[in-house]
Design a protein around this ligand. Structure first.
Ligand SMILES: [Zn+2]
Length: 210
């Protein structure tokens, strides 16, 4: 079992870890700061013992390196997160939740047919007949105060269902295994774009302005 340090502190940028096992260019560690793709959020990148990390496998937390390492099982290695990329993922993920709350408040319970959080943009897809961009001004108006002022985002687990992590901001709760900023203000200004995916399928893309 790998201890997932990012769930204890999502702002942790470096750590030491013990190497448990190595198979070719895949490394298992006793603990990690690297998020593995989950809930649509992409895996982290960074360095393990100075070697570039290209992926983290969500099924077994195998850290896929760009080449076979020169260290061995039992060694201690230095982990360095690509923080700039991760911080964008956290901001874009939290922004996507704000967008989904705004859509729910404005248009009601639309069926969500997909979502993804990357480092350049996040997106959410709805079953919706019509142009979702017709509502962008209302969505932006709803979100704007949260981007301008600090509103706390917490993630907690309910005792009756401890394996599910709940994202919470004021009265809104969303089950989510991803990583988020602590305050809505950290998201900064965002831009929305619409894509039509075919009849009755509308995508909202979220971009960071800086
Ligand atoms: Zn989420």
């Amino acid at each position: 079992m790998t201890t997932l340090l990012f769930y204890e502190d999502q702002y942790l940028k470096e750590a030491r870890a013990r190497v448990i096992k190595i198979e070719d260019n895949v490394v298992w560690l006793d603990q990690t700061i690297f998020f593995a793709e989950s809930g649509g959020q992409e895996s982290d990148q960074g360095f393990v013992g100075g070697i570039p990390l290209v992926d983290v496998r969500p099924d077994d937390f195998g850290h896929v390196l760009s080449r076979a390492p020169n260290f061995s099982a039992g060694d201690e290695v230095h982990l360095v997160l690509d923080w700039e990329r991760r911080y964008r993922l956290m901001r874009l993920h939290s922004a996507l939740h704000l967008v989904s709350i705004a859509v729910k408040e404005i248009l009601g319970d639309l069926e969500i047919i997909g979502s993804h959080v990357g480092a350049d943009k996040s997106r959410i897809d709805y079953a919706f007949m019509g142009r979702i961009s017709d509502y962008f001004n209302m969505i932006k108006e709803f979100i704007e105060p949260y981007l301008k002022e600090s509103h706390e985002i917490i993630v907690y687990r309910k005792p009756e269902n401890p394996q599910v992590r709940i994202w919470k901001m004021e009265q809104w709760e969303i089950p989510c295994s991803g990583l988020h900023v602590r305050s809505t203000k950290e998201i900064g200004q965002i831009e929305l774009k619409r894509r039509n995916l075919g009849k009755g399928k509308e995508r909202i893309e979220v971009y960071l302005k800086e």
